[in-house]
Design a protein around this ligand. Structure first.
Ligand code: TPP
Ligand code: MG
Length: 335
């Protein structure tokens, strides 16, 4: 499906998909080199959803986004600076969460990213809170909640979708259906063939889109966002996509049927947009290669910079954490 997106928007989407792809590939290498500790969940193969989502978000207006631990691509597409992300991945003080969050705890309020959440389903109620704020203040802002196909099996998902439907909150529920929840195929854990089928239970509209084609995802998200801004309540959008790598950094994904990965790679989101732009005379093969080289070089430059950044000071361990105030702690002890 082709739309009337202009050359500039297409170029931005392509550049951002390449940035996300090369950042993710570098992150995996850095993990294997023990430069990045903990775990990582890569979104290689799912980049089209990230860049299409970012095009409908207006952070200046107050739009907000929550997503999962598989959130590096969403953060970058929204405009989180690469240095902020890469330093956070390495646990450095200049990271977006001061080096104390790592891969699964990214946030950048300037670009509207309220947070990436490690707990499955935890982002949805937060999205509702942001949307309720926008609704009460009448700002016209929306909130997008991004989650995977395994997430509708969690109670928080149902509570959040139900409440958003009843209160007509300005939310877009965006599912990245990559066919697996950790190591289990979608069909083994869900009683309905599509995630979007769940929308009927809450009386909200839904759509299924080709998640490999940024230009197919964009208009569907835009319509959902416009409905939400107009007070018509939430929409559930299901983008069909695929992660090329395993669930997390050390999963070789041997549970996937032979040939499945190869079939999805034939519809690579970067190639789909690049080929369409070439067919429309908006990109030459040489310009595509040079854009790729440029993004690779940028990832390498930022990686080297981040490696030389300082760690957080030991005293910072006890900053930015929640603790009961003196009064309530005393009350509790007295109780
Ligand atoms: C409440 C909760 N239960 C279990 C887990 C362990 N867990 C981490 S990711 C995951 C699967 C989620 O799959 P999906 O929603 O499809 O997202 P994807 O990883 O495919 O993007 C599970 C069960 C968790 N993080 N939180
Ligand atoms: Mg999944």
């Amino acid at each position: 499906m082709s739309t009337c997106l202009g050359a500039a928007v297409r170029h931005k989407m392509l550049a951002n998909m390449l940035l996300v792809r090369h950042t993710e590939e570098r992150i995996q290498e850095l993990f294997l080199e023990n430069v990045i500790r903990g775990t990582t969940h890569l979104c290689i193969g799912q980049e089209a959803v990230s860049v299409a989502m970012a095009e409908v978000v207006d952070a200046a207006r107050g739009d907000t986004v929550t997503c999962t631990y598989r959130g590096h691509g969403h953060a970058l597409a929204l405009g989180m600076p690469l240095d902020s992300l890469m330093a956070e991945m390495m646990g450095k003080a200049s990271g977006c969460s001061k080096g104390k969050g790592g891969s699964m705890h990214l946030a950048d309020l300037e670009v509207g990213l309220l947070g990436t959440f490690a707990v499955v389903g935890a982002g949805l109620p937060v999205t509702n809170g942001a949307a309720l704020t926008a609704q009460l203040r009448g700002t016209g802002a929306i909130s997008i909640s991004i989650f995977g196909d395994g997430t509708p099996n969690i109670g928080a998902w149902h509570e959040a979708v139900n409440l958003a439907a009843v209160w007509k909150l300005p939310v877009v529920f965006l599912c990245e259906n990559n066919r697996y929840g950790e190591y289990t195929p979608y069909d083994d854990t869900a009683p309905v063939p599509n995630v979007s089928d769940r929308a009927a239970a809450y009386g909200i509209p839904s759509a299924i889109v080709d998640g490999q084609d940024a230009e197919a995802v964009y208009p569907v998200l835009l319509e959902a966002a416009e409905k939400a801004r107009a007070g018509e309540g939430p929409t559930l959008v299901e983008a069909l996509t695929y992660r090329y790598r395993g669930h997390s950094r050390s999963d070789p994904a041997t549970y996937r049927p032979e040939g499945e990965l190869e079939r999805w790679m034939e519809r690579d989101p970067i190639d789909i947009l690049a080929q369409r732009m070439q067919a429309d005379g908006q990109l030459t093969a040489a310009a595509f290669e040079s854009l790729r080289d440029q993004q690779k070089a940028e990832v390498q430059r930022v990686t080297e910079w981040a490696m030389n950044e300082p760690w957080p000071a030991l005293e910072e361990t006890l900053e930015d954490i929640w603790a009961p105030s003196g009064d309530s702690a005393a009350q509790r002890e007295g109780a």
